[in-house]
Each structure stands twice: as C-alpha cells, then as structure tokens.
Design a protein around this ligand. Structure first.
Ligand code: SF4
Length: 332
C-alpha cells in the first residue's frame, strides 16, 4: 500500500514523511518495507514481537475508557532513530534481529481479543507506521467485530495513509518529542513539521487525541520551548487535548543525561496550564498528585490514578460528579 513504481524496478514509498526511494532487493529506512522486484512488501506483516495485555493508561491514554485493559501489539522497526528510545530493542532492530516473533494473522488477533474480553487493541511499543498494512487489516476486522482501535505513534505518517487508517481508529496517542526542528533532526533523525501536520489531521478527523512529551534535561525543557509548544497545542488542537509530560530516564544512546527532575515536570505543567490547556498530567512518576485528572470547573479530582492504576472515576454521563462541568473524553 502507498507506494509508486519507478523505472528500473525501483519504488517510492509514500507511507511516511521520508518518501524513501528503494532499489529492488533493498529496504526502506524503517527496515520493514522491502522492494521485491518492484513490489513493496511489509516483511513484519502478521509477525509481532511484543504482544501483551496492558492498562490503557500505559499508552498514556487518560480520557478514553479509563481503567480498561487493551491488547497491545508491536513489531520490529521504526522510521525514527531517537537516541533516547525506551523500546530500542524492538524499534531499532530488523525482523532478523528479533529474539522471537509470533505468527498472528489479523483473524487470530481478533479471536484472541474476543476470548480475552478486553474492549480494544493498541498498536504500540514500536512505531505503528512500520507495520502499517498489518495494523490496517487488524483494525478493519476488529472494528467490524465491535473492538476499539488505538495507536501510539510518532505522528509522521503521510497524510493519505493516516486519513485511511483513521477511518478504523477510535483514539490516538502522539509523541510530540519536542518543539524544535533541531531536536527532531539531531536527536531523532526526523522532522517536526510532518508531526504537527499529523496532529492537525487527527484532530480534524474528530478522533480522540492525547499527546505525550518526554521531557529530557537540556534537550527540550526550556520554559520558552514548552510555552511555544503548549500555545501551539491550544491554538491548533484546542485546550481540551490531554497533554502528558513524561519523565525521562537514561536509555539506549542517551545514557549521559540525568533523569528529569520532578520539579521540571511540574514547571512544564504549570506553563501548559497558564497557556490554557485544561488536562495536563505528569507521568512516569508513580504516586505523583498530577498523574490524576482534575475537573477544570471545580478543581476536584475526577479520575484518581496511581501510575497506571485507576483508583476511581467520578464522571457521570461525561460530566464531573462534583460540579457538572463537562469533561471531554470517551467514557464508554
Ligand atoms: S514507511 Fe519506511 S520505507 Fe516508507 S518512507 Fe517511511 S521509512 Fe521509508
């Protein structure tokens, strides 16, 4: 799906912002899309390497069926090269580098979800763009069976495939990794502009959207950058998109940076609230007060969380139980 044939059996992939031109026998930057004699094949189709039942809060996803478990699926491969990746053992390896893979065609995935009795599937762990065709087929079949579909992405899919996928999607978490082209170029070998376009496309499609920003000391944490990012979110996506500031821990090729001070995360949240965002949380800090959701109307807790566990939900028919203020989200 989503490629053009070129002369000499070459193909141009149109799936993500990179638009790789791939010679016959070679693969694209994501390591998964392989040109076989002028046909572009996704080599991880039906071959996930990570399959687990997890709380939806882990995505993170706070305003969509809180307290639910979902079946989470990931494969090898990614179209970014983030130095801080926490799932590098999947994302920064090819299929051949996986310790194991499952053989799970879409109909088996859907049958398993029904057997488990969980309400949805989340495509996560590595970048779902890297296994687009598999995700798309699972999503289409799952939706026909009343199963909800979520994906967690870097947001740099090209617009046509993104819109096609959104037809079968209920909710999306996007990593907005920073608000500077420098960060995207130097730290991720990627670009910011396609991510911003992807965010606007998801919002315009009316799909439930949440954003996570991993705050890395010295890389994306200046008050000015945080203010610019949160102002952009409010102006372009609206004040009710939940934003999660997540704590960084050293990993992969970024082991020389300290874990994010909790005070920095709290400062980021303060700036975002000053800019007018209504639902801003602090993540990856178990037990932190701002991991819960507060009513913008009365300021009381409407969803109490401890890390990934929901202690209680005080939202009735989409409104705060204390004051009746409307809380945006998908609650059933
Ligand atoms: S999906 Fe993969 S092959 Fe296609 S443009 Fe993106 S990185 Fe290149």
């Amino acid at each position: 799906m989503f490629y053009h044939a070129l002369d000499g059996n070459r193909v141009e992939c149109k799936l993500c912002f990179r638009q790789c031109v791939i010679l016959s026998g070679a693969r694209g930057f994501c390591r998964n899309r392989e040109n076989r004699g002028g046909r572009l094949i996704n080599i991880v189709y039906g071959l996930p390497s990570a399959v687990h039942v997890e709380p939806i809060e882990k995505e993170p996803m706070h305003h969509f069926l809180p307290g639910s478990d979902v079946l989470c699926i990931g494969t090898a491969g990614c179209n970014f090269r983030c130095k801080f990746c926490h799932n590098w053992h999947l994302s920064q390896r090819s299929l051949e580098g996986m310790l194991f893979t499952y053989e799970l065609p879409p109909e088996i995935v859907v049958a398993e979800v029904k057997k488990l009795g969980v309400p949805g599937i989340s495509f996560t762990y590595n970048e779902p763009t890297a296994f687009y065709e598999y995700m798309y087929d699972v999503a289409r079949l799952a939706r026909a069976n009343g199963i909800r579909i979520i994906f967690h992405s870097n947001g740099a899919m090209a617009i046509e495939p993104l819109q096609t996928l959104l037809t079968y999607t209920d909710a999306v978490t996007i990593d907005l990794k920073a608000f500077s082209e420098r960060f995207y170029r130097e730290i991720c070998q990627a670009e910011l502009a396609p991510v911003l376009l992807g965010l606007k496309t998801i919002k315009t499609a009316g799909i439930w959207l949440e954003i996570v920003n991993l705050v890395i000391p010295g890389q994306n944490d200046t008050p000015q950058e945080v203010r610019e990012m949160t102002a952009w979110i409010k102006d372009e996506l609206g004040p009710e998109v939940p934003l999660h500031f997540s704590r960084f821990f050293p990993n992969y090729r970024m082991t020389d940076v300290i874990p994010t001070p909790v005070s920095t995360l709290e400062s980021c949240r303060k700036i975002a609230m000053e800019e007018g965002l209504k639902y801003v949380s602090v993540g990856n800090v178990p037990g932190h007060r701002y991991n819960s959701t507060f009513c913008p109307g009365c300021g009381k807790v409407v969803i109490r969380r401890h890390h990934f566990t929901v202690r209680y939900v005080k939202i009735d028919a989409g409104a705060c139980r204390h004051c009746g203020h409307l809380i945006r989200g998908v609650w059933q």
